[in-house]
Design a protein around this ligand. Structure first.
Ligand code: TXA
Ligand code: MG
Length: 347
């Protein structure tokens, strides 16, 4: 058990980075902000250091981690960097794009869960980049939540999940993106394993074409092999039941309202995660506005925090409005459907 310390990077940037780097070098795990979600990092080149991450999160050992670098050149030491990878790094690094490449032998078994590939990303966040630089090693980091919970998008979420489990949390305020990075496999035909704000259209504009793994919007079928081990676990799940409702705005909202009424009649405490465009349909039902459909970035940023808030308020049933599964909508739907355990109703 640790006496977890929290350092505010806005007030004490240099001290926070120095203490974080010291712990990383000593083989400990440190939570730090990135532009996507908070990460729980350790020295990516040491097996024992990486093992502390799995222990703190309760993460299954066969789910590999993303290695974070502060310079594109470090990628060359960790993986076989293809021409497509180079072009994508040039276009999107630092930023929320993770590349899965053939690994080199220096990357330990624990990081890749025994896979022949390693996932690499350079975060677009001053605190994250400074921590990697000061540590002098690449940092392996999953999202800093307890395994199965929604990813943390502010330091309080990390405190809620990780207090006493890790020595240090660096507080960099709320995350700008709020959903995890796009994970793109370049081991064979380029394939999106996890959609994010770097969309398939943006990737295709750099390397020509890209496919999207079937598991992005559907549950794995029995016996189906997994491209990305992370896809087979329950994810982003609050304690409440989650239902996703899809369709045109007006129809969708009517359906969401009727599900709300039915659930409420059964004594369930409900909340609708709605949008600016649909709020008028809900009357005095309890609803929270995720953001604006015209500006889906706002909706993506809010999702995880609102799932956690619903739990705090003792909500039993969360009804989430779907977005069209294109562009950012694909990233949103990937998370919303997993949070719902794929419970989905079309209006
Ligand atoms: O935005 C992000 O990516 C955040 C921040 C902290 O950088 N990190 C993050 O890590 O979301 P995590 O561990 O929660 O998700 C990593 C995903 C998992 O679905 C994992 O299975 C997949 O990437 N992954 C990691 N290495 C892989 C590999 N070699 N092949 C296929 N998938 C891999
Ligand atoms: Mg995660």
């Amino acid at each position: 058990m640790y006496d977890t310390k929290v350092i505010d990077l806005f007030k004490e940037f240099d001290r926070g980075i120095a203490e974080g780097a010291k712990l990383i070098r000593a083989g400990d795990a440190v939570a730090f902000p990135t532009e996507t979600v908070y990460g729980l990092g350790a020295d990516a080149l040491r097996s024992e250091a990486v093992s502390t991450i799995f222990a703190a999160k309760g993460r299954p050992g066969d789910n590999p981690l993303i290695v974070h670098v502060s310079q594109a050149e470090t990628a060359l030491k960790l993986a076989h960097v293809t021409r497509d990878a180079e072009r994508l790094m040039e276009a999107f690094w630092p930023g929320p794009l993770t590349l899965v490449l053939k690994k080199r032998p220096c990357v330990p078994y624990e990081v890749t869960a025994g896979l022949p590939t390693v996932a690499l990303r350079m975060p677009a966040h001053d605190g994250a980049l400074a921590l990697i630089e000061a540590s002098g090693v690449p940092i392996a980091a999953p999202s800093a939540n307890l395994s199965g919970k929604p990813s943390p998008t502010c330091a309080q979420h990390v405190i809620d999940d990780m207090d006493e489990r890790i020595p240090l949390i660096l507080d960099g305020g709320p995350c700008e993106v709020g959903l995890e990075s796009t994970v793109l496999s370049l081991n064979g035909q380029p394939t999106i394993l996890r959609p994010g704000v770097v969309t398939s259209e943006m990737i295709a504009s750099v390397i020509g074409s890209v496919s999207i793994a079937e598991s992005v919007l559907s549950p794995l079928r029995d016996g189906q092999s997994v491209l990305s081990p992370g896809m087979k676990y329950t994810h982003y799940a609050p304690l409440a039941d989650v239902i996703v409702v899809d369709g045109e705005w007006d129809k969708l909202a009517k359906m969401a309202a009727s599900i709300y009424d039915a659930e409420a009649a059964r004594g369930n405490k409900c909340a609708i995660l709605a949008t600016e465009q649909t709020r008028v349909f809900y009357g005095d039902r309890s609803c929270v506005i995720m953001g604006d459909r015209e500006n889906p970035v706002t909706i993506c940023r809010a999702l995880f925090a609102l799932l956690r808030e619903a739990d705090e308020q003792g909500i039993n049933t969360i009804i989430v409005e779907a977005l069209p599964p294109t562009g950012l909508g694909l990233a949103f739907m990937n998370r919303a459907l997993r949070a719902a355990g794929f419970r989905f109703i079309r209006a």
